[in-house]
Each structure stands twice: as structure tokens, then as C-alpha cells.
Design a binder for this molecule. Structure first.
Ligand code: ARG
Length: 456
């Protein structure tokens, strides 16, 4: 392709070292879409005749069908996906030799990558919504189940399991909108920037942008061919998404231990041990937690790749693809398998309610009760602390402390104070926006159901 000034062919080791077709072939649909738009534009400005344009479109369509069917012969000596497709086209239709007019692989690859990421984001968003729906369905299925909420992994205050699950729906929504935001900045056409400095030919870039569905045309030819920010942003959004999935994994792993015993993951979504016959392991969640490491690693690789590069295109940039493809595939497969797995989780209600039944989880509510009686919160906190200590020394639950002892701690206490230790009251009296009051949780469920149905 660029052989004109070279006297000898490439060394074999160079060919193997520099090729990218073994992985960038995945860009073929987007590369072909870019080439068809480019050809239509070349016809519009008079570089191609109608018959030539027809040949190019026909040829590219044939090539795409062959690749789809796994019948296309990729040639490693043709280096990358772009040169493989162009060379195959020119072998079949001589007009193919005109396709690269005013174009460089530098703006070509940037265009294909942007198209690819835009499509990928649509798929990722679909998968995020599916996982959100699975969390909602689970929340609705076990709406009445109460578990302890944890801070420092110590039992803190009782919450509805649904409230805990909805926390993940919120997290995933931030991932969804972060990807939408990333798509906006990817939605810029680089094609027509040439290798670095545009073209002397009257290329109609706005026409190409419209053909390819880009919102706008890039404004600086040098930035266009050296910019990989959109790939980093995508990977950063995916890294955070992977971290969220890893945190969900950790909860599922803990909850399925004999120690917690809150859930049972369906057999089809767990594995056994080759040695210990009794084992049932939450491997999907463990792998998702592990895979978040490689997604984070991919982001760091890409940042490192870019940091020392002088303007503009440098071949180093070819190294962006494997990291990008790996991240996209990893988060997508994790989202989809989680969406399925959550439908096969059974909650052990007895274990959950036992864990949530410790009245001490409502100790803060007793302090709030004192506040309502006019006691300053710092004092109230101290008085309840005394009661907790007394129950501990008397080796009784806090609810069994005698009224005389309560009065000794503070005369403000009376029998009605103990009502705060009723779990249903504890939940129902939480009325702040965003709290686990069952009524509010139900409203949240309805709100999310509406949002997710509208997305389908
Ligand atoms: N395969 C190359 C890449 O991924 C395409 C661009 C090559 N450009 C060049 N001037 N060698 O970046």
C-alpha cells in the first residue's frame, strides 16, 4: 500500500510485530461504513463516477458479507483491517484504488473507533438497564424482607433488602448516564483530517458526518488524528462500572456464606469443588470481582500509553485496541450474566430477620426519642450508651431493662420509649427522603419501574 518508496519488502519479524489485523478485524463493520460514506462524498465532489461508486459500494457489501460469514481471508502482510479491506476491494473492483483519496489511515482508524464506541455504548446501556430491571424484580419479589444495614461491616441499622438492592440501581444509573455523556464526546467526525493537515481536495466533511450519523465535524485536524480521549473516557466509565459490579459481587459472596446465610444462588449459577463434595461456590461473583482488576488495568494502560506522546498520530496508538476490546467485552458479559443470575437467587427470610432482630440496631431511634422530649442529641447519645452498657453487664437485651433502671439513667424515660424497638415502627417512622421506610421504598420501586419500562 505504501510500497512506492521502498526497495525491499518488510522483514518477516517486522510484519508479525506490527500487524494489528489479528485483533482490529473487529472494526470491519465500522470501517466499511466509513468507507461507503467516504465514497459517496467522493462521488458528490466529482472524484468518483456513478459506476465507480456503485462498484465500491457493491464490493464493500460483498466483503462485509464474507466477513460476517467467516469466509473472508485476512492477510497478515496487509497489516490491519483497513488495508485488508481496501486491498481486497481493489482486487475485485479497480475503482477501489480511488477510495483512499484525501484519506489517511490516521483519520480512518479514528473514525472507525468512534463509530465502534458509539455502538458499544448503546449495547452497554441496554445491558445496564437489564441488570437494573433484574435488581428491581428481586426487590419486588422480597419486598417485605428486612436485613441489617452495615457500616464498617458491623450491623448498623435495619433496612429493607429492597432498599439495599435499589442502592445498586442508583449506582448503575450513574454508569448509564456517564456512558451517555461519553457518547456525546465520541460523536465527532475525524474523517477529512487526512494524516495530520487536512486535504487540498474539496472534501465535504459535513456530508460524511451526516451519512455516518455524527453530530458534528472535528475542528482541528491535528487533534482529530491524535485524540484518544474518547477511548479513555469510555474505559474510565467502564472501570467505575466494573468497580460497582465488584462491590455487588462482594455483597453476594458475603450473603451466600454460612456465616450470613441470607441468600442461596441457584445451582446453575454456582460451581462445585473438585475435592470437597459439600461445596457450592459463587464463582460468577468472584470472577466479576476479579475481572474488575483487568478493567482498571486497561484504563491505566491507556493513560500510560497516551501520556508521553508528542502530537499527533504515533504508532503507539495501535495499542489502544486490545485494551478497549477487552474492557468492552468484560463489562458487557458481566452485566448480562448478572442480570440473569439475580433471577435465580433465593432469600433465606428466617436468617435475614434473625440478623435484623437485635434491638440494639434501633439504639439511635431511642436517642431520637429523647431528642423529641427536648434532650440535646449529644446527651441523648450518652444516655442510650449507658443503657447499652447496663444491658451488657446485666447480660440481658436492652428491651428487658427494668423501668426503675431506665429512670435511674434518666427520669425522661418512660414505658412508651420502648416502642422504638419494634422493627416495623422503626422503619415506618423514618420519613426522610431516601430512607428505607417501606412506603418510600415502594415509591422508589414504582419510579424505577416507570423509568426502565420507558427505556425498553
Ligand atoms: N492500525 C493502525 C492503528 O491502529 C492504523 C493507523 C496506521 N497509521 C499509520 N500511519 N501507520 O493505529
Amino acid at each position: 500500500m505504501w510500497g512506492g518508496r521502498f526497495k525491499s519488502g518488510a522483514a518477516e519479524l517486522l510484519r508479525d510485530y506490527t500487524e494489528s489485523v489479528s485483533f482490529d478485524w473487529q472494526l470491519y463493520r465500522h470501517d466499511i461504513a466509513g468507507s461507503i460514506a467516504q465514497a459517496k462524498m467522493l462521488k458528490k465532489i466529482g472524484v468518483l463516477k456513478a459506476g465507480e461508486l456503485a462498484d465500491i459500494i457493491k464490493g464493500l457489501g460483498e466483503i462485509r458479507d464474507e466477513i460476517d460469514a467467516g469466509k473472508f481471508k485476512w492477510k497478515i502482510e496487509r497489516e490491519d483491517v483497513h488495508m485488508n479491506i481496501e486491498a481486497a476491494l481493489t482486487e475485485r473492483y479497480p475503482a477501489g484504488a480511488k477510495l483512499h483519496t484525501g484519506r489517511s489511515r490516521n483519520d480512518q482508524v479514528a473514525t472507525a473507533m468512534r463509530l465502534w464506541i458509539k455502538d458499544q455504548i448503546v449495547s452497554n446501556q441496554y445491558a445496564i438497564s437489564s441488570l437494573q430491571s433484574a435488581l428491581l424484580e428481586w426487590a419486588a419479589r422480597d419486598l417485605h424482607v428486612v436485613i441489617p444495614g452495615y457500616t464498617h461491616l458491623q450491623r448498623a441499622q435495619p433496612v429493607l433488602l429492597a432498599h439495599h438492592l435499589l442502592a445498586y440501581v442508583e449506582m448503575l444509573e450513574r454508569d448509564y448516564t456517564r456512558l451517555a455523556d461519553c457518547a456525546k464526546r465520541a460523536d465527532v467526525l475525524p474523517l477529512g483530517s487526512g494524516a495530520i493537515a487536512g486535504s487540498t481536495l474539496p472534501l465535504d466533511r459535513a456530508f460524511v458526518a451526516k451519512e455516518l450519523g455524527f453530530a458534528r465535524v472535528s475542528e482541528n485536524s491535528m487533534d482529530s488524528v491524535s485524540d484518544r480521549d474518547f477511548i479513555i473516557e469510555y474505559n474510565a466509565a467502564c472501570a467505575l462500572l466494573a468497580v460497582h459490579l465488584s462491590r455487588l459481587s462482594e455483597d453476594l459472596i458475603l450473603w451466600s456464606t454460612a456465616e450470613f446465610h441470607f441468600i442461596r444462588i441457584g445451582d446453575a449459577y454456582t460451581t462445585g469443588s473438585s475435592l470437597m463434595p459439600q461445596k457450592k461456590n459463587p464463582d460468577i461473583a468472584e470472577l466479576a470481582r476479579g475481572k474488575s482488576g483487568r478493567v482498571i488495568g486497561n484504563l491505566v494502560s491507556l493513560l500510560t500509553l497516551l501520556k508521553g506522546l508528542p502530537m499527533t498520530y504515533n504508532r503507539d496508538l495501535q495499542e489502544d485496541k486490545e485494551r478497549l476490546f477487552d474492557t468492552a467485552k468484560t463489562v458487557q458479559s458481566t452485566l448480562l450474566i448478572f442480570a440473569e443470575m439475580l433471577g435465580h437467587i433465593e432469600v433465606n427470610e428466617a436468617a435475614c430477620s434473625k440478623a435484623a432482630s437485635d434491638p440494639l440496631l434501633l439504639a439511635t431511634d431511642l436517642a431520637d426519642w429523647l431528642v423529641r422530649k427536648g434532650v440535646p442529641f449529644r446527651q441523648a447519645h450518652h444516655l442510650v450508651g449507658e443503657a447499652v452498657a447496663l444491658a451488657e453487664t446485666q447480660k440481658i437485651p436492652i428491651t428487658q431493662i427494668s423501668l426503675t433502671d431506665w429512670k435511674k439513667i434518666s427520669p425522661v424515660f418512660d414505658a412508651s420509649a420502648l416502642e422504638v424497638f419494634t422493627l416495623t415502627i422503626g422503619l415506618a417512622t423514618r420519613t426522610t427522603i431516601g430512607s428505607p421506610n417501606p412506603k418510600l421504598v415502594q415509591q422508589q420501586l414504582a419510579r424505577w419501574q416507570k423509568i426502565l419500562t420507558a427505556r425498553k
